[in-house]
Design a protein around this ligand. Structure first.
Ligand code: BTN
Length: 326
């Protein structure tokens, strides 16, 4: 029974590093010693290190770096982001799960996390691959009360919040490359994919998915992206705790999301521009059927890139891949 397992874990955390006797656990939850032992074993299988001593009982020694719901919720300081967590060891795509949850009426701010995706999706129909237990892959389900034409703004809110959370929590100077990649020293550290279900004048739901490279080594990246990707571990030289990083992201993200709903897009756009590493510089842009070169002059109120062409004209682009020309 998952509820009892969680309750025992909470008790062990509360008393950590002290021991809690088997008898006390039995009495508290009105269960047998065998039941307690079974749940302790199950927690150990989940990666919790629990010491057992005759007469003293059980003591929690360490917590695994897994994105378990109970770990994310433990100390999460948000109003509704991540209050409902759906955790998967392996799943096709967290975005797809979040979309199914939306159809079942899951609540605003529901969070889907997975240690592994077998069908991870990137922008422009690409695949998104990342190794198990090393990064943070999540999707957030949102029901913003805005017009569908404003949906792309949420992706920009996400990029701003992710960049700031990474900076604050790790000191790694993540910047934003249009439209919504996070880069560190020119190498990609995070990608965002937003999917929407909408009617003409109403958003049914938004699913914002993000993949942040945390503890990968360079060798963990597929060969084709090894030269253009990085992770926080590569940048800092140390392994990072993923749970507290995800909590920081959710807290930062909620603040910027609420600010956007309350005060509108201009404050977000200003911050987005401040964090941008692909504005006011020469760029090459690949769209589905054409490549452009020019000067990245500005981003407009819809998040479209305004590219100054060599002939002096201004081209407005709503999607594409930017290469920074050096
Ligand atoms: C990109 O840069 O192309 C966007 C990548 C987005 C990847 C994340 S990982 C979690 C979520 N689930 C998916 O299938 N994709 C997004």
């Amino acid at each position: 029974m998952v509820i009892l397992k969680r309750a025992i874990l909470r008790l062990l955390k509360e008393f950590r590093p002290e021991y809690v006797s088997g008898e006390d656990i039995c009495k508290k939850f009105n269960v047998t010693r065998t039941a307690v032992w079974k749940h302790i074993q199950a927690l150990r299988e989940d990666g919790y290190e629990i010491e057992a001593r005759p007469r003293a009982g059980y003591s929690l020694v360490s917590v695994p770096d897994r994105l378990y719901a109970e770990e994310i919720l433990d100390g999460l300081n948000s109003k509704f982001f991540g209050h409902e967590v759906y955790y998967y060891d392996s799943v096709s795509s967290t975005n797809d799960v979040a979309k199914e949850l939306a159809l079942q009426g899951a609540r605003d701010g529901s969070l889907v996390v997975a240690e592994e995706q077998t069908g991870g999706k990137g922008r422009l129909g690409r695949e998104w691959y990342s190794p198990k237990y090393k990064d943070i892959k999540f999707s957030l389900l949102l029901y913003p009360p805005v017009n569908p034409s404003e949906a792309s703004q949420v992706t920009m809110v996400t990029a701003v919040a992710m960049a700031l959370a990474v900076r604050k929590k790790t000191g790694v100077p993540a910047g934003i490359k249009w439209p919504n990649d996070l880069l560190v020293e020119g190498r990609k550290i995070c990608g965002i994919l937003t999917e929407m279900s909408a009617e003409l004048d109403k958003i049914n739901y938004l699913v914002v998915g993000a993949g942040l490279n945390v503890n990968q080594e360079l060798a963990d990246f597929p060969e084709e992206v090894r030269d253009i990707a990085t992770s926080l571990k590569v940048e800092k030289g140390v392994e990072l705790a993923r749970v507290s990083l995800l909590q920081a992201i959710l807290e930062e993200y909620e603040q910027w999301y609420m600010l956007w709903l309350e005060q509108g897009f201009s404050v977000i756009l200003a911050k987005w521009k401040e964090l941008s590493v692909s504005l006011h510089c020469p760029v090459r842009i690949h769209t589905l059927n054409k490549s452009w070169e020019g000067w990245a002059e500005d981003v407009d109120a819809d998040g479209a890139l305004l590219l100054r062409l060599p002939d002096g004209g201004l081209q407005r682009l709503i999607a594409g891949d930017v290469s920074l020309r050096v």
